[in-house]
Design a binder for this molecule. Structure first.
Ligand code: E4P
Length: 293
C-alpha cells in the first residue's frame, strides 16, 4: 500500500472487472469504482456476446450488470461501487427507486446512481430515508449540486454528487469551475454530500481535484495509468490549474450565491448536458438489447 495516497479517494471509471484488478495492482489500492450504461455495454464479455449475434433481454442485461458489479465489489475499498439505474425522461422516481432498491441488494458496498433530474432527486430523497446510498450523476451545475444537498438532508451515509468535468470542457466551458464552485458552496453546508469529480480526461483534472479537496475522483484506467507513470504525484497548495485545451482557454463558470437551506425544488436544475447525457445512456443501454435496430 503506498504511503502517499491522496486525501481524495480514487475510483476507477469503467465496467470491466479485469481492468479493476489491473489498476488496483498498479496503484496498490483502489477506493472504489463507478459504472454506467456506456461502460456496461462496452464490457468485453458483453461485447463478445454481441459480436456473436446475441442480443440481451432486459432481464439478461440486468443479470450481466449484476455479475459485473459482483466481481468488482470485493476489489475496491470503502468508496464502493456505483451502479446506475435506467432512466429516460419518462421514468418516474418510483421506477428508479424500484431498480435502486434491487441494485442496492446486489453487493454490500453499492451506491445507486440517479440522474440530476427532478425525478432522480425525488428518488434520491426517498432512497436516503430508506438507507440506500446514492451517487447523483450527470451533474453539470452548482444549482443541481445545491438541490442534491437540500434533497438528501439527514442522510445516514455520505451522499455523492458527480460533476462531469470533461463534458463541460468539450463545449468550451471550464468544467473544473463547477467542482470548485460546489466545494465553495458546500463549505456552508453540513458536509453530508461528498464531491466526486467525474468525467476526468486529463492528468491536470485529477491533480486539480486533489488541490480543490474533492472527496473523491473517478477516472478511466488510461488516466490512472498516466498518474501512476508520474509516481502518483500529488500537487501542493502552489498547484495552478490552466483551463486551456488545444491552445484554447475555457470559459469561466462564475460562482453563484445559492442558499443550501432553500427547498430543493426551488433550484433551477435544468441543464442541457444532463439531457444529452440521459439520451446517450439510453442509447447505450438499448444498443445491447433485443429490441435494438
Ligand atoms: C461517472 O460516474 C461517469 O461514469 C463518468 O465519469 C462519465 O465520463 P465521460 O464523460 O468520459 O463519459
Amino acid at each position: 500500500m503506498p504511503n502517499n495516497r491522496p486525501n481524495t479517494k480514487i475510483l476507477l471509471d469503467g465496467g470491466d472487472p479485469e481492468e479493476s484488478k489491473t489498476i488496483r495492482k498498479l496503484l496498490g489500492f483502489l477506493d472504489g469504482q463507478t459504472t454506467n450504461p456506456t461502460y456496461v455495454s462496452k464490457n468485453p464479455e458483453v461485447q463478445q456476446r454481441i459480436a456473436s449475434g446475441h442480443r440481451f433481454s432486459p432481464d439478461e442485461q440486468k443479470d450481466e450488470y449484476r455479475k459485473i458489479v459482483q466481481q468488482i465489489s470485493p476489489l475496491v475499498g470503502d468508496a464502493g461501487v456505483s451502479i446506475e439505474v435506467f432512466a429516460d425522461f419518462d421514468t418516474k422516481a418510483e421506477q428508479m427507486l424500484e431498480q435502486g432498491e434491487e441494485m442496492f441488494s446486489w453487493i454490500p458496498n453499492a451506491y445507486i446512481k440517479y440522474p440530476c433530474l427532478h425525478e432522480g432527486l425525488r428518488a434520491a430523497q426517498i432512497s436516503v430515508e430508506r438507507g440506500i446510498r446514492v451517487n447523483m450523476t450527470l451533474c453539470f451545475s452548482q444549482e443541481q449540486a445545491a438541490a442534491v444537498h437540500a434533497a438528501t438532508k439527514g442522510a445516514r451515509d455520505p451522499v455523492y454528487v458527480s460533476p462531469f468535468v470533461g463534458r463541460l470542457d468539450d463545449r468550451g466551458d471550464n468544467g473544473m469551475d463547477v467542482v470548485r464552485n460546489i466545494k465553495r458552496m458546500y463549505a456552508q453546508g453540513d458536509g453530508h454530500v461528498h464531491v466526486l469529480a467525474a468525467s476526468l480526461r486529463r492528468l491536470n483534472h485529477l491533480l486539480y481535484a486533489f488541490a480543490l479537496g474533492a472527496e473523491l475522483a473517478t477516472a478511466p484506467a488510461k488516466l490512472l495509468q498516466e498518474w501512476a507513470s508520474h509516481d502518483l504525484v500529488q500537487p501542493g497548495p502552489e498547484f495552478k490549474y490552466e483551463p486551456v485545451v488545444d491552445g484554447k482557454r475555457l470559459g469561466e463558470i462564475p460562482y453563484k450565491n445559492l442558499k443550501l437551506t432553500d427547498s430543493w425544488e426551488s433550484f433551477d436544475i435544468h441543464h442541457e448536458l444532463t439531457d444529452k447525457g440521459i439520451r446517450k445512456f439510453v442509447e447505450d443501454y438499448r444498443s445491447t438489447l433485443q429490441t435494438a435496430a
